[in-house]
Every structure is written in structure tokens, then in C-alpha cells.
Design a protein around this ligand. Structure first.
Ligand code: GLC
Length: 740
């Protein structure tokens, strides 16, 4: 039994082990800073990309003109450079080594979009913890993750790195990542500093084209884009990173309102804010800085502490101090934040990592990665063909992603090794080859391949099989940073080959592995069953094989809306009602020739797509069935003093055990600013055995109904609300309650 005192001590140390100010540490910082020259101070604000033990890097470390290195992962090089920093410099200040450990270091988990599809925050936390253990073992003490940009545009390659379109789900996933990376105490040897990025609004990039401009009214910034970042601050995230984009003309790296008024003053964040790669220097290209000195001033004025590969600080801050454009106290504030991070990470006491390669691909890591991959797979359609059984003895495994170890890892894999991937083909052969006859024909060499030379072989193989399992999707290199696509159909000749295979009349399972939603309406219609797997990582093969053959029951739910056509984008569930929501839709091929000009009605939809998505946010099927009882409210009146409880009984009425993600949505029906038609404010992932039921209760209080008014105040307004407890964002019937 832990005593109250022990709990208080634990609580105290936890609170003061992150970016929070701790008087002991502040005194150490004061003492160290009192000895630092201006050059040594500016050196701490300079982050360079590793070059091994190059003369340049060793010299810069030796003369104290670099405070952090990114992209150095050779443990011996890290050790040598840290030795130089802590024994051959005047003040022996340790370096901090950083790396993009986005969804695994060596053991690769599903891309974050896939992890979000699991709706399992403990899985996400485990994945980040495992990544931290692997990365810290070589000396990495800082990752540039979680990426918590709200992403509603599948044309944007970086949607792969995000947790999808919904602020609430992203907030939960981002906070879980922070806990995983940073562990219980930042000074633990396996802890690494997390980084909330990209601050802010990057996902609103116009046309989904990377690095593009964004127009975000502050009300929307605060209601939609900022909540995940505030959740990260509440989770004690140690660092933030600026985004490349401008918001309404102001690049984030020079955005004082964002980085000072909101992040520092409103949220009281005193961790490190690092620029993105050369994003300070690029303010010249944005056209808001006439030269590098201007850019440096804009950034330090905007409280950006560290300059990643921009050389703006190291080349200009000293002169800016001399000509009094910048005050020394601005430099000191930034240096304090950097030194505080290094003290909190324990780098002054333990600057060297314990390098134990054995931490790579440990069994527990691989099984956690497989569990995450399994729970990230979304069943989009099933006419009963899945799971494959003995009626389909001969299985034709096909497609460009059936056996592509690098592609299944997805984007932002800096250190994961494809030779450790277990592909679907590997897993199907190994685990099901005894009971089924497995035949394989890739059909296309890679996702963009348009060469039909192997089509006849594939068709013939299909004709000699009982079922086709086709692995389609996009190569990893088509996903991620600077990988925007204007056309999000399956690349290459995949649809052509699927069409030919369909003509064989054989039952067809389509498995899509990708870093984004694709417009797969035609493919959905052709296939008897469809699984969507957002690049599932090292263990993607066993995860998918076990689902295809029924060892596992799929439970993923879409963290992002799937459009029918790319022209519908942006399309997301938490949209506004508008004054003319879609009604009496007549699609373009249903309109009679010569119909009178005004006969088609005047409501909001696309003639060639309607107004609904292909699949809504939160959607995902199961091999079993879950039945939801009507929602019961403990009261129909809510006040600011009390909360009400929404209850619903969920039953597994099918034959297979399985997970279900029960989702809680509300709608504010009348407010001073138009509100979304639905907003996720809670969810619970439950496991039900076949025939089992569970009574779920969600507490709802007034503060969950808040929004920002036109003066950017967070308010709650009285009035009528609808509430749903359902299996996705487009199902269930609402219960009404009143807030007064
Ligand atoms: C990249 C990305 C950022 C990443 C950084 C370091 O350009 O925008 O997310 O952390 O540079 O690799």
C-alpha cells in the first residue's frame, strides 16, 4: 500500500520532471549561464544535421557553436561527439541528439494514420515507448514526434504522419505518444523528449500541396487546429516544432502571436520551440524577411529557441545584439529553455547512452507492433467472403504490395530495416500454407507500374484458384513529406488489372496498403471484401494474414473520411450544416435530358458525387455484429454545475469475439456561431465475446460543449444539443438534451 506521502512525492517529481521549472534546475541554469559568452549562448541555439565525425562537425562541437545534432544515429559517432562536447569544451555542455522517430526506430509500427485507426491509445503509447527504448539505446534523446496536425486533405502526403481529421481523437493519440516517448521521468535512460509538431495549422495547406499557404480564421484555429497541441502541453510535452506554412500570411517561424501570446503566455509552455528544417531562413523566400538577419530577428522575437539547419541564428544574432535590434534577454530566454531540456533529460549527469543493440526487434516489440498493425486494419466491405475458409482452398495472392517489405513500412522510416519486414506473402505461406494451396503472381512490379506484360499470367493463375487476394495501394515513397497527389486513385494499372481479374468471376478480396485514403469506389464495387491497411509496418504481414484467414477479427475504424472523388475534398464529418444542406439529390447521370434549368433543386452537393463520402469518419466493419440499444440519458437538462450520463448497451450478436469502438458525438443545434453537425467528444474501445453485452456510460458536462466565439473567447452557450452513441460518425439516432 503506497503511503499518501509517497504518492505526493511521486506526483511532485512527475510534475517537475518535464519542461516545468524546477528551482533546483533553475539555479543550475543561472550558474551555468553566468559563465557563458555570447558565442556559447548562440551555439546552444544552433542545430545541425549530422555528418559523422567530419572535421566541420567536430570543430563546431569543440568550439561550442552547436547545441544539438539531428540525423546522427551511429552510436559510436554520438559517443565521440558527446565526449568532445563534455570534455574538450570550456563549459562541457552536453549535446542533445535528435531523430525523426515517427512510428518506430527499428521495429516499425503502422504509420500514425494507421495507429489512429486502432482507436487504442495504450497501443499508441506502447509503440512510442518501444521506439524510445530502441532510439535512446544509441544516444537519441529527442524525437520530432508526435505529428498532431489536423489533416482533412488526402491529397496531402503528410496525412500519413497524422492521426487524421478529428481534433479530439488526435488529442488523445498525441498525448499517448508523448507519454510513451517521455516515459515517467524525462531523466530516465530510455526517455526521449517528444515534440508537438507542426505548430500550427500545417494540415490546412491549400490544395493539399505541401508547404503551401493556409488561411485559418483564429476561431477555427482555436476550435480545430490548436486543441491537440494544448493536449500535448497538458501531457507535459518537452518540445514544440514550428510549421513551414504561413497562417494568413505570417510564417509560423515568425509568428509571435502563435508562439508567444498563445504557446508561451496562454499555455505557459516553457519547453523548447525548434524551427523546422531551415524554416527560419525560408522566411526570406516567403517574402517576409529581406535577408537572413531579418529572418533571425523575426524568429527570436517570435520566441523560436532553436534554429534547425537555417544558420540564421549563428550568423546573425551576435550582430543583432550589437546593433540593439535584439536584446540579450531574448537570447538568454532561449538558452535557458535549451539548457532546461538538457538538465531535465539528465544529460549533464549521464551524457552517454548505454548502447545495447539487443533492444532492437525484441520479441515484445514485434508482438506489440503486430497487435498495433492488426488493430489498425479497417474492414470496409465484406459480403461474407472473409474470413477465407476451406471452401476456398486454392488462394491466388497477387498485387504490387503483397510482397514489398519496404513499402509496407510506410513513410518516415529513417532506421527501420525492410529485411526485418514480414510481408503478407511471407506470413500467408508460413502460417496458412499447410492448410491452403497458396499461389503467387505480383501482376505489377510496383504500385505505379503500367506494364500489363504479366496480366495474362495473373489471370491464368486466378482462373486456377478458388479466391483472389489482391494487395493494392501506393508505394511508401508516394506518401509523406512533399508527396502531394492531385489524383488519389490507385496509381498505375492496378485498377485495370483488378478489372481483368474480376472478369474471371473468382471471389475477390482487395487489401489496400497506403499512406492516405484513395478514391476506390470502382474497386469497392468490384471486390467481394475490402481491407484497408495504412502502411502497417514491420509486422504488417502476419497482421493481415491473420485477419484474412480469420485468426483475428478486424476492428479498425477510419480516422479520416474517404471521398468518392477527389473533387469533394475537403470533406470531413464535422462540417457545418450550411443554409441549404443536400436534399433530393439528383446525380448527373440521373438528370433527364432537357430538364428545365430550375428543376434540380438548390441545395449543397456535387452533381457527380452527391454530398456523402465513400466512407465516413469512424467507419469500420467486423466479422461479428454489434447491436446498440437506444441511448438513455440520466437527465435531459444539463447545467454548468452537474453532468449527465449517456448510457447505451452494446451487444455482440455475431459468432466471433471482437473489439468495437463505441463513439460519442454531440451537436450544438443553435449557437452564436454555426457549429459542426457533429463533434466527437468521447470513445471507448471494448472487447465483447460472441453473445456478450456491455453497458457503457459516458459523462457529459458543459465544458465539453465549449467553442470559441468571434472574439476568440472559449464559451459555452445554453440551448438544445443532440447526442449520439454509435459505431461511426454517420449512424445512430440522436437523443436531445438542453443546457441551461
Ligand atoms: C522535415 C519535417 C519535420 C522533420 C524535420 C527534421 O522537413 O518537416 O517534420 O522533423 O524536417 O527531419
Amino acid at each position: 500500500m503506497i503511503s499518501r506521502t509517497a504518492i505526493l512525492v511521486l506526483l511532485f517529481s512527475a510534475i517537475f520532471s518535464y519542461g516545468q521549472k524546477n528551482s533546483e534546475t533553475e539555479k543550475k541554469i543561472d550558474k551555468l549561464m553566468s559563465k557563458m559568452t555570447i558565442d556559447e549562448k548562440i551555439g546552444q541555439l544552433n542545430q545541425l544535421s549530422g555528418e559523422g565525425l567530419s572535421q566541420n562537425i567536430v570543430a563546431q562541437v569543440k568550439n561550442g557553436s552547436v547545441g544539438s545534432l539531428l540525423n546522427e544515429v551511429d552510436s559510436k559517432v554520438i559517443y565521440e561527439l558527446q565526449k568532445v562536447a563534455t570534455t574538450q569544451t570550456r563549459l562541457r555542455i552536453p549535446l542533445i541528439f535528435a531523430r525523426d522517430v515517427i512510428h518506430g526506430f527499428k521495429t516499425i509500427f503502422p504509420i500514425p494514420l494507421g495507429q489512429a485507426a486502432s482507436w487504442n491509445t495504450s497501443l499508441v503509447e506502447d509503440g512510442a515507448r518501444i521506439a524510445a527504448i530502441e532510439a535512446s539505446s544509441v544516444g537519441i534523446k529527442w524525437t520530432f514526434a508526435p505529428m498532431i496536425d489536423v489533416s482533412r486533405d488526402p491529397r496531402w502526403g503528410r496525412i500519413a504522419e497524422s492521426f487524421g481529421e478529428d481534433s479530439y481523437l488526435i488529442s488523445k493519440m498525441g498525448a499517448a505518444s508523448v507519454r510513451g516517448y517521455q516515459g515517467k521521468n524525462l531523466a530516465d535512460k530510455t526517455a526521449i523528449a517528444a515534440c508537438a509538431k507542426h505548430f500550427a495549422g500545417y494540415g490546412a495547406t491549400e490544395s493539399g500541396k505541401d508547404y503551401n499557404t493556409t488561411w485559418i480564421p483564429e476561431v477555427q484555429l482555436r476550435d480545430t487546429y490548436l486543441p491537440p497541441f494544448k493536449a500535448a502541453v497538458d501531457a507535459q510535452v518537452a518540445t514544440f516544432m514550428c510549421s513551414f506554412n504561413d497562417i494568413n500570411g505570417v510564417p509560423s517561424s515568425g509568428n509571435k502571436h502563435l508562439n508567444d501570446d498563445i504557446l508561451r503566455k496562454e499555455w505557459k509552455f516553457n519547453g523548447v520551440l525548434v524551427s523546422d528544417w531551415a524554416s527560419i531562413e525560408q522566411m526570406q523566400t516567403h517574402g517576409v524577411a529581406a535577408n537572413l538577419a531579418d529572418a533571425a530577428k523575426l524568429a527570436i522575437d517570435a520566441k523560436v529557441d532553436m534554429d534547425m539547419m537555417g544558420f540564421a541564428y549563428t550568423k546573425n544574432l551576435k550582430d543583432l545584439i550589437k546593433n540593439k535590434s535584439v536584446k540579450i534577454k531574448q537570447i538568454d530566454a532561449a538558452v535557458r529553455n535549451v539548457l532546461r531540456l538538457k538538465f531535465n533529460l539528465g544529460l549533464f549527469d549521464n551524457p552517454f547512452a548505454e548502447n545495447s543493440e539487443s533492444t532492437f526487434y525484441a520479441n515484445n516489440a514485434l508482438s506489440s507492433a503486430q497487435k498495433a498493425a492488426t488493430e489498425s486494419v479497417v474492414l470496409l466491405k465484406n459480403n461474407g467472403l472473409l474470413p477465407i475458409n476451406k471452401d476456398h482452398k486454392t488462394v491466388a495472392v497477387m498485387g504490387p504490395l503483397a510482397n514489398s517489405p519496404a513499402d509496407q513500412l510506410g513513410t518516415w522510416v529513417m532506421d527501420g530495416e525492410p529485411n526485418h519486414s514480414i510481408t503478407p506473402l511471407d506470413a500467408i505461406h508460413k502460417n496458412f500454407g499447410k492448410n491452403f494451396t497458396i499461389q503467387y503472381e505480383q501482376g505489377l512490379a510496383y504500385s505505379r507500374d503500367t506494364n500489363s506484360v504479366n496480366f495474362s499470367k495473373a489471370i491464368q493463375l486466378a482462373q486456377n484458384s478458388d479466391v483472389i487476394v489482391f494487395f493494392a495501394g501506393e508505394e511508401a515513397l508516394l506518401s509523406g513529406e512533399a508527396r502531394a497527389r492531385a489524383d488519389i486513385n490507385l496509381p498505375g494499372a492496378q485498377t485495370k488489372l483488378l478489372t481483368e481479374l474480376k472478369k474471371t468471376g473468382k471471389p475477390l478480396v482487395l487489401v489496400v496498403m497506403a499512406g492516405r485514403p484513395h478514391t476506390i469506389q470502382k474497386e469497392i464495387e468490384m471486390a467481394d471484401a475490402v481491407l484497408y491497411s495504412f502502411h502497417p509496418g514491420t509486422m504488417g504481414g502476419p497482421a493481415l494474414a491473420n485477419i484474412i484467414f480469420g485468426v483475428e477479427n478486424p476492428s479498425g475504424k477510419l480516422p479520416v473520411t474517404f471521398p468518392r472523388l477527389v473533387g469533394q475534398v475537403p470533406i470531413y464529418y464535422a462540417h457545418k450544416m450550411t443554409g441549404r444542406p443536400a436534399k433530393d439529390i439528383q446525380l448527373i447521370n440521373e438528370i433527364p435530358v432537357g430538364a428545365p434549368q430550375f428543376s434540380l433543386g438548390f441545395t449543397s452537393y456535387h452533381l457527380d458525387a452527391g454530398d456523402s463520402p465513400l466512407f465516413p469518419f469512424g467507419f469500420g466493419l467486423s466479422y461479428t455484429n454489434f447491436n446498440y440499444s437506444p441511448v438513455k440519458l440520466s437527465a435531459t437538462t444539463l447545467t454548468r454545475e452537474n453532468s449527465i450520463t449517456a448510457n447505451c448497451k452494446v451487444s455482440n450478436t455475431g459468432k466471433m469475439d471482437g473489439y468495437e469502438v463505441v463513439q460519442l458525438y454531440v451537436r450544438d443545434k443553435v449557437a452564436s456561431l454555426a457549429q459542426p453537425v457533429k463533434r466527437l467528444i468521447g470513445f471507448e474501445k471494448i472487447f465483447l465475446k460472441s453473445g456478450e453485452s456491455k453497458e457503457l456510460s459516458f459523462d457529459v458536462s458543459a465544458n465539453q460543449l465549449s467553442f470559441h466565439d468571434s472574439k476568440n473567447n472559449l464559451i459555452v452557450e445554453n440551448g438544445e444539443f443532440d447526442l449520439w452513441i454509435s459505431t461511426n460518425s454517420n449512424s445512430g439516432s440522436p437523443q436531445m438534451f438542453i443546457l441551461k
